[in-house]
Design a protein around this ligand. Structure first.
Ligand SMILES: [Zn+2]
Length: 398
């Protein structure tokens, strides 16, 4: 471990560099300031995230070139946001503490409802909780509203199976975001925007930063990061299912079939894309042409999941086709619609998004060809000299 980090640059040095760079956004987050139960969650997440980054950055095997150690840490900021950056020649991924709390909160609340996944565990132990006020990107605002409205601040499923499942889904969602940030480093996006615009970090959901980048460039870099994240995570879900290897072993036991594991994955990204879209709207970010739309992100998830599964097991053949994935998607979107409706007060914006995603069909994925063409012609020729993995050519959708 020490050798990978480079002689002379210690863990303390990484933490100090992280703190220095993130100072305008709150600095490095001190886990010990949290309530004790949250400390356990954060320590567990941090060590899992670091292991996950160490293992996954070289995936698929043999394609990586000079991807150095990437240090993971939390930022002392309550907003739903994540970043990747290079500082002092070292590489970093940062998650705001608010992002972690928000994602666990949402999946725990969804699984607490007896109306969601009623066949999972003993649903009779669960009861409906208060609905959350309208979605906000700031977890402190959520907390204040608990107090103001006298809500129960911590809502966990009572049934153990449902509780593990909520954790697995939250981890899947957060791992997807980790993969997205790794992809920004892996394909040299950071060095590229630094070279072109003098910007040495990428912060998701940041209007000021986004406006500095050409809209099409920003959109295509985000799409490129999503592609690898979806492909990689769907492949991992598939492999874990094959090997009975989910963290809690519950995802296997409770889902039972490969279809259901994929359903769980599509359910997770479906919730995540809608939350991100909500956060983007509330964050008053760059115009829509700066970022793939929630519908485009969702369709990318479906299409790249098929690729990821195929890459994990080249002869998977008739087990899962793209058509199957679109069918499973309808189920997943239905469940996530119901889940979000049960935990949030009515929100017309989320309703409209749901409608768009529900009506998604393969014809609409025509955008994929346009993105590929633009990526190939406008970004890839310049990006290729910054990429550290030699699968950039394929990362645009195989
Ligand atoms: Zn991004």
């Amino acid at each position: 471990m020490e050798s990978k980090k480079g002689i002379g640059f210690t863990l303390q040095d990484y933490e100090d560099a992280f703190d220095e760079k993130m100072m305008p956004r709150g600095g490095r987050f001190d886990i010990d300031t949290l309530e004790i139960e949250d400390q356990v969650l954060f320590h567990r997440f941090k060590s899992n995230a670091q292991n996950f980054i160490d293992q996954v950055k070289t995936r698929p095997e043999g394609v990586i070139e000079g991807m150095p150690h990437v240090h993971f840490d939390f930022i002392n900021n309550p907003n739903f946001n994540a970043t990747a950056f290079i500082h002092k020649g070292k590489e970093f991924i940062g998650f705001n503490y608010g992002l972690i709390l928000m994602v666990y909160e949402i999946f725990n609340r969804i699984l607490s409802s007896p109306k969601i996944f009623p066949d999972l565990g003993n649903v009779e132990l669960e009861h409906e909780h208060e609905k959350l006020p309208v979605l906000t990107p700031n977890f402190e605002v959520v907390r204040d509203q608990y107090e103001e409205k006298k809500y129960s601040p911590y809502v966990y499923p009572v049934d153990e199976t449902r509780s593990y499942y909520a954790n697995d889904l939250a981890d899947l969602a957060l791992n997807f975001l980790l993969l997205h940030e790794i992809a920004h480093l892996r394909y040299g996006h950071l060095s590229y925007v630094n070279h072109k615009m003098g910007m040495d970090f990428i912060m998701e959901f940041d209007g000021e930063i986004e406006r500095k980048i050409n809209p099409l460039t920003n959109k295509l870099l985000e799409w490129n990061a999503d592609n690898w994240a979806n492909e990689t995570e769907a492949g991992i879900v598939y492999e874990c299912f094959q090997r009975n290897m989910f963290q809690s072993d519950i995802l296997n036991k409770s889902t039972g079939s490969l279809d259901q594991a994929i359903h769980a994955w599509l359910f997770t990204v479906s919730v995540l894309h809608r939350l991100s879209a909500g956060v983007r709207r509330l964050g008053n970010l760059g115009p829509p042409e700066h970022y793939p739309s929630p519908l485009e992100r969702h369709l990318t998830s479906i299409i790249m999941s098929e690729v990821g599964i195929r890459m994990s097991k080249p002869n998977y053949g008739d087990e899962v086709s793209l058509n199957d994935l679109f069918t499973l998607n309808n189920l997943a979107v239905n469940s996530s619609e119901k889940g979000l409706e049960l935990i949030f007060e009515h929100d017309q914006f989320l309703d409209d998004l749901i409608e768009a995603i529900m009506d998604a069909n393969k014809q609409e994925s025509d955008f994929f060809e346009l993105f590929k063409k633009d990526f190939r012609e406008k970004i890839r020729p310049e990006l290729v000299s910054f990429a550290r993995a030699n699968d950039l050519d394929k990362s645009e959708g195989r």
